[in-house]
Design a protein around this ligand. Structure first.
Ligand code: GLN
Length: 485
């Protein structure tokens, strides 16, 4: 196997034994990028020069005997994370020339852990979308089928890992943007508990829902990334001052005598038949490993999409007010006065989906409608959270499909926003409740398209997710399959 195809833990072993150097690893990643990036388009910008410098420094550190959690490991970053001195666009025209003066906390943490950054990955504009088609920089292709979407909004991060154009990557998840593309690209993706990972330096979409998390080639790597990313940050008032366990210690602990909840509202008509079969197989594997699967109910599931599409746009309309052509980013030229400058900047700077969200959100927050929409949605959100609290009194974790179908074709849903929104039907509730979730590969559809299973747990129980995901990974035997690019 080539170096760029290996996992973090496999590469760490090789680096420790001095079988390879960090520069060897980064070269193999950039060779792969040269070979396939033209087909996949996972990246908005590459950080090749910086990456080689970081790798050379990593090799120095290794020589001195200083090897940290991610020393010499090439990691790709969703272009929603502020990187000091390096253009950060959020895949929007409005930020196409924005160079942040500071690093996101997660970037600092990864740097401190010795990581090598390969580049900034493509995404839906401002993370609004499920297919990476709303990017100002063009669509990313699914490495398993180039005529299909990789999912979104972190489609570039998922595709980069699946295509071995990096070893692991970072994404953000507001309503499914890590788990959904992870499922559609056949990799592992975790959305941690709201408050577990600092969001300082993450460009805000919907502040009560946004979380950062990793994409990896296997579950052990997910644990390694979480060890580095998680933890309290005084710069993010929503991050929680709580100890971070060693997530790696949850691998291979087994799930004997666990109870796994199967929510009946997630196994409904309309799910793709092959997804359903893969889920039934997953239930069998989980039971064979010693767990008991029981039916549970999350009665307010039907309201999740509607509630999300009030709350997320409302928060977005407020967060995106700052892009006015004055403070930073794009400014329209030839304007007669300030008002025209605001109008033209925002009309020219944002794409159609972002404008749609701003309009929905502004409407939902406007006086006279606030109570009927935003307030009502917030009340129903509390009921959705309560459904999960009650479910977790009956089970250790919940198992559900990550997506209702495998990856769809590019262009298939672009004219129908509602159809697009429905592709998040199984991921959104997690964000509304603030709980953690992980998507793990659990099967393949006939056309060779990956299918993902999703485990959900109570607040701050990411360890349990790693524990059960590692069981599924070991028993499902899918790790060796790779896209044929
Ligand atoms: N697809 C959802 C949306 O369009 C979720 C996006 C996300 O998680 N960032 O809002």
């Amino acid at each position: 196997m080539k170096l760029n195809e290996l996992t973090i833990h496999e590469l760490q072993d090789k680096l420790r034994r001095i079988e390879v150097s960090a520069v060897d690893i980064v070269s193999s990643v950039f060779d792969r990028i040269d070979a396939v990036e033209g087909k996949v388009h996972a990246y908005i910008a590459l950080m090749k020069e910086e990456a080689y410098e970081q790798a050379a420094r990593a090799d120095e550190d290794i020589k001195q005997g200083h090897i940290k959690e991610l020393t010499g490991i090439p990691i790709a970053l969703k272009d929603i994370l502020c990187t000091k001195g390096f253009r950060t666009t959020c895949a929007s025209h409005v930020l196409h020339n924005y160079i942040p003066p500071y690093d996101a906390t997660v970037i600092e943490k990864l740097k401190q852990a010795g990581a090598v950054f390969t580049g900034k990955t493509n995404m839906d504009e401002f993370a609004m979308g499920s297919s990476t088609e709303t990017s100002y920089f063009g669509v990313t292709k699914n490495p398993w089928a180039l005529e299909r979407i990789p999912g979104g909004s972190s489609g570039g991060s998922a595709a980069a890992v699946a295509a071995d154009e990096c070893i692991a990557s970072i994404g953000s998840d507001t309503g499914g943007s890590i788990r959904q593309p992870a499922a559609l690209c056949g990799v592992v993706g975790m959305k941690p508990t709201y408050g577990r990972v600092s969001r300082f330096g993450l460009i805000a979409f919907a502040s009560s829902l946004d979380q950062l998390g990793p994409f990896t080639k296997d579950v052990e790597d997910c644990a390694i990334m979480m060890n580095v990313m998680a933890g309290y940050d005084p710069k993010d008032s929503t991050s929680v001052p709580m100890d971070v366990p060693d997530y790696r210690s949850f691998i291979d602990r087994g799930i004997d005598a666990w109870t796994v909840g199967i929510p009946k509202e997630y196994f409904i008509e309309g799910i793709d038949a092959e997804v359903m079969t893969a889920m039934q197989e997953t239930i069998k594997l989980v039971e064979k490993a010693g767990a008991r699967c029981v039916e549970i109910s999350l009665p307010h599931t039907d309201y999740c999409v509607a509630v999300y599409y009030i709350i997320a746009p409302a928060e977005a309309s407020s967060n995106l007010a700052r892009y006015d052509g004055v403070k930073y980013g794009y400014r329209s030229s030839k304007c007669r006065d300030l008002l025209e400058m605001y109008k033209k900047t925002r009309s020219e700077g944002f794409g159609a989906e972002v404008k749609r969200r701003i309009m929905i959100g502004t409407y939902a927050l406007s006086s006279g409608y606030y109570d009927a929409y935003y307030k009502k949605a917030s009340q129903v959100r509390a009921l959705i959270k309560r459904d999960f609290d009650q479910a977790f009194t009956k089970c250790d974790v919940i198992l559900a499909p990550t997506t209702p179908t495998p990856a769809f074709k590019i262009g298939e849903k672009t004219d129908n926003p509602l159809q697009m929104y429905l592709s998040d039907i199984f991921t959104i509730s997690t964000n509304l409740a603030g709980i953690p979730g992980v998507s793990v590969p659990c099967g393949f559809a006939g056309k060779g398209l990956p299918i993902g299973a999703q485990f959900l747990a109570g607040h701050f129980e990411e360890g349990k997710l790693i524990q059960i995901a590692s069981v599924l990974e070991k028993t499902a035997h899918l790790k060796s399959r790779r896209p044929n690019l």
